[in-house]
Design a protein around this ligand. Structure first.
Ligand SMILES: [Zn+2]
Length: 146
């Protein structure tokens, strides 16, 4: 029973990480499910296909994702540094810090499409409140204008 309730209303973290609409937590934020299709990676529907929540709340709404993206990148570097320090060790007598830097910068570069999507997901979750009945109130499909 509790599992069904959880399935009905996914948690905030799960909906942000899986790039779901923050209003209903069911509709997908991005048209293309693969973030590595770089031409369509950041294409979003105008409205949520499930609850009709507009995804661009105002013109230039997603400019603020730069702050989130920066924060996520710094967090990634800090966590990787601590893991590297604990698991491999950092010393001034070898090149371990440069290996960490090179590997993490490469990883950060390769993870950019995922980080960009996650930043948009976090950013819109700041401004749109969750409404458990949003999905059932609205009956789709909604016209999608791109
Ligand atoms: Zn929605």
């Amino acid at each position: 029973m509790q599992n069904q309730e959880h399935e009905k209303h996914p948690g905030l973290m799960k909906s942000v990480i899986t790039n779901k609409c923050p209003h209903c937590r069911k509709g997908r934020l991005f048209i293309d499910s693969n973030p590595y299709h770089l031409k369509t990676s950041l294409d979003m529907p105008v409205n949520c296909p499930v609850c009709a929540q507009p995804y661009e709340l105002q013109t230039g709404f997603y400019f603020g994702t730069g702050y989130v993206s920066y924060g996520l990148s710094v967090l990634f570097l800090m966590v990787s540094f601590v893991l590297w320090y604990v698991l491999i060790g950092i010393s001034i007598y070898d090149n371990s810090v440069f290996w960490w830097l090179g590997i993490c910068c490469t990883l950060l570069f390769l993870l950019q499409p995922i980080i960009q999507r996650l930043s948009r997901s976090v950013w819109i979750a700041f401004f749109v409140r969750f409404d458990p009945s949003a999905a059932s109130r609205h009956k789709g499909p909604y016209p999608q204008v791109s």
